[in-house]
Design a protein around this ligand. Structure first.
Ligand SMILES: Nc1ncnc2c1ncn2[C@@H]1O[C@H](COP(=O)(O)OP(=O)(O)OP(=O)(O)O)[C@@H](O)[C@H]1O
Length: 349
């Protein structure tokens, strides 16, 4: 993956040209002070924050008013970190949310804070105000990757971060996860399509995968193939009830993009074998574009989870649990625990 490819996959780069075929999105450039706030250690909310329901005055009769006020005062004595405020950004975001119908899903240049849905009151990425957005952005490990490590996997790495960070607010829709797909494009040929949410089995896809594959292939030919600059990439899309395909996102070929139900090697091989096999089997020559291949009857493979037993573990399984549970490296709590256990067993023996 090259830096230029990663930069082209930023939402502020592609959205203005593909807005007709995407979900409505407003894009705001983020001030550097807000980026510093996101990068600061710790997760804290201003007292006025509307990200969580407020603590109400106790209604329990056993709890004497006196006790309650005593505890409250103690609470308020706690050291509260200095919390910056961003009134100008906040008012822009407020207006933007209203204009988008009252609910949005936030995302930075490349990623949504999908690993933090568990922290929000709704259990989803649906946000109705600036505080909810700040909470999700600040708590997200995925976004720390966007902020600090996005270029680490670039073979020609010269930078640590993009020139600007943006906050994209996408109008919220109640999407059906089985209608989301990731499509893989190699040298401008669509080589495979995968169910996007691979942690579940959706029986309805068993009958319809070919139909969806054909809708997505037509969408690729009509709206992306010649219009998007990159030769190699993946795109995420959504098929609506009336059979329209909506572009959700462009991702790099490789890097941090997950190949889902394929492996990258397999996708490379599929591309190498594509023209050769097709020309042999169909007795046709000089296929020079995916559109031509398609007009000769080529069908793109759509991979889906075919039964309950084949669902994949969630790549977010490590989010939402204490770091001590996940980190097993040297000096970790796990290592300490195992050492202690070994010592105890040694003493007993
Ligand atoms: N407009 C929307 N309304 C409701 N949910 C949405 C919307 N857009 C995206 N989502 C949900 O949020 C998820 C993540 O969205 P998106 O693809 O924009 O983020 P991402 O970080 O780029 O994901 P990935 O890294 O997997 O490509 C989607 O899979 C979808 O379920």
């Amino acid at each position: 993956m090259k830096e230029s490819e990663l930069l082209k996959c930023q939402i502020q780069e592609w959205y203005p040209r593909f807005r007709r075929v995407s979900f409505t999105t407003n894009i705001h450039v983020l001030p550097e002070s807000f980026i510093s706030f996101l990068l600061q250690d710790g997760l804290f909310l201003p007292r006025s924050s509307e990200a969580m329901p407020c603590r109400t005055t106790a209604t329990c009769p056993e709890l004497q008013a006196e006790d309650y006020h005593h505890w409250k005062e103690e609470d308020e004595e706690d050291d509260e970190p200095a919390i910056p405020s961003f009134p100008e950004l906040e008012s822009k975001i407020k207006a933007s949310i209203e204009q988008l119908g009252g609910s949005v899903i936030p995302k930075l240049n490349w990623s949504a804070p999908a690993d933090t849905a568990w922290i929000s009151c709704s259990g989803s990425l649906k946000c109705r105000n600036f505080d909810e957005i700040s909470l999700l952005l600040k708590a997200s490990d995925t976004l720390s990757h966007d902020l600090c490590h996005a270029f680490d996997a670039c073979e020609d790495k010269t930078r640590d971060r993009p020139p600007v960070f943006v906050l994209a607010l996408k109008k919220w829709y109640d999407l059906r996860p089985e209608m989301e797909f990731r499509a893989f494009v190699r040298a401008r040929y669509l080589v495979g399509i995968s169910q996007r949410e691979v942690t579940s089995f959706y029986p309805s896809l068993l009958e319809t995968e070919e139909y969806y594959g054909s809708l997505i292939a037509d969408f690729f030919v009509d709206s992306l193939c010649e219009q998007f600059e990159l030769e190699n990439y993946a795109f995420d899309c959504y098929v609506t009830k009336d059979g329209k395909v909506k572009l959700m996102d462009f991702n790099t070929w490789g890097g941090s993009t997950l190949p889902l139900l394929y492996s990258w090697n397999e996708l490379e091989e599929k591309h190498s074998a594509l023209l050769e096999n097709f020309e042999e089997n169909h007795n046709s020559k000089n296929i020079s574009s995916f559109a031509m291949l398609r007009s000769c009857g080529y069908r793109v493979e759509v991979r889906i989870v075919k039964n309950e037993g084949l669902v994949q573990p969630s790549f977010r399984a490590n989010s939402g649990v204490p770091i001590d549970l996940v980190n097993k490296g040297p000096g970790s709590a796990w290592e300490e625990f195992v050492q202690k256990l070994e010592e105890d067993v040694g003493h007993e023996g």
